[in-house]
Design a protein around this ligand. Structure first.
Ligand code: AR6
Ligand code: MG
Length: 344
């Protein structure tokens, strides 16, 4: 039996690699998909996954590129590693800015690009002020906080308050709207709960209940809490993907995408009709992409939660060969684990 330390290492790696793979494999579906006569998006994604395995030699060297989700998550992880697990707003903001200016083509959100250059400017006195000025002072509620937050969730279970605080504060660098940063808090906590869950006794209802407790503490408007309560019902009734999208959304905004990622993880613990894939990571990413819309980000967030639960062994080998950024994610996962074991 694997030791507790090696299980944890596997789950840290699974989470960051799961996030990268969801981003890379979801990205080709983001702008809509031409479906064959009688085909569904789900059946197309299943074929894509099956062929990814069969054509591994042909695919050799071919990389599915990552997008802004991974670009920003790498900066979050790099900053936490550099600051030995502590949150340093200036350091993280500068990394977001540099990453964007180096590779602006990664598919960043339409509004966040207006403030990313300023986040590296030492003359900006209040580093949170560029984000606060967005959307006439209301701030962004895009899902850009949730999409990058997995590294924050990778710490011990006793540090949940710190997960919440770092997720909120680091998201405010770009998303000052409550819905934007609370969505990131929810996603970071989902990663943390999955990381420490016992797969043998795991209970999806209890998982949702734990998230409800967090959201009850942090949100003032109840938007996420109401949707979590709906999700609890949905887990009992197994709705169609269209109904899931109707309830939980598939858009680039936080409150209409992050819960779809959480639901994808919870739903795919069990087999899903229409997805004849035995591997649970494959099933989860396939399901998340089948929700259509913001496929890369929903699959990336679902992959981060699922990877923290199942560990790196459940990530298909083929993904490791074809997804850009996997090696860096493995390295960052190991470094974050070292920080945690060093007493974060
Ligand atoms: N009012 C109206 N629309 C909004 C608001 C608001 N307060 N906030 C956000 N939006 P952005 P992100 C809409 O630019 O969150 C990439 O595809 C608005 O249409 O802050 O980092 C990634 O892969 C705005 O352009 O960036 C993610 O999927 C959009 O939400 C996503 O974009 C995105 O918000 C992440 O984007
Ligand atoms: Mg996206």
């Amino acid at each position: 039996m694997a030791s507790a330390a090696s299980r944890l290492k596997s789950r840290f790696r699974g989470s960051l690699v799961g996030a990268v793979a969801g981003d890379c494999l979801g990205a080709p579906y983001e702008c809509g998909t031409q479906l064959p006569e009688g085909g569904t998006l789900m059946s197309e994604v299943v074929k894509f996954m099956q062929n990814l395995g069969k054509n591994i030699d042909k695919e050799k060297g071919r990389k599915f590129a990552f997008t802004d989700d991974t670009a920003m998550a790498r900066s979050v992880a790099a900053s936490l590693i550099h600051c030995k697990g502590k949150y340093d707003a200036r350091d993280m903001a500068r990394r977001f800015s540099e990453e964007y200016l180096n590779e602006p083509f990664r598919g960043y959100g339409g509004n966040v690009i207006e403030i990313l250059p300023a986040l590296g400017d030492p003359c900006v006195k209040d580093i949170y002020s560029p984000a606060e000025s967005q959307f006439n002072g209301k701030g962004s509620f895009g899902n850009g906080g949730g999409m990058r937050i997995a590294p924050v969730g990778l710490c011990s279970a006793e540090n949940l308050d710190r997960v919440i605080e770092i997720a909120r504060e680091s998201t405010k660098l770009t998303h000052s709207n409550e819905l934007g940063y609370n969505g990131a808090v929810l996603q970071a906590c989902a990663v943390n709960f999955a990381l420490h869950a016992d797969p043998v006794t795991f209970n999806p209802d209890g998982f949702v209940e734990s998230l409800l407790k967090v959201m009850g503490r942090v949100e003032s408007d109840g938007v996420y809490s109401d949707k979590l309560k709906r999700m609890r019902e949905m887990l009992k009734t197994d709705p169609t993907t269209d109904d899931v999208v109707e309830e939980l959304g598939n858009e680039v905004i936080a409150h209409l995408s992050i819960l779809s990622a959480v639901y994808s993880f919870l739903r795919c613990i069990q087999p899903v009709q229409g997805i004849p894939l035995e591997n649970a990571m494959e099933r989860t990413i396939t399901y998340a992409i089948s929700l259509d819309g913001d496929t890369d980000t929903i699959a990336s967030m679902a992959g981060a939660i699922a990877g923290a639960f199942y560990g790196i062994e459940e990530v298909p080998k083929e993904w490791m060969g074809v997804c850009e950024g996997v090696d860096d994610a493995m390295e960052q996962a190991d470094q974050l684990l070292d920080i945690m074991l060093g007493g974060d």
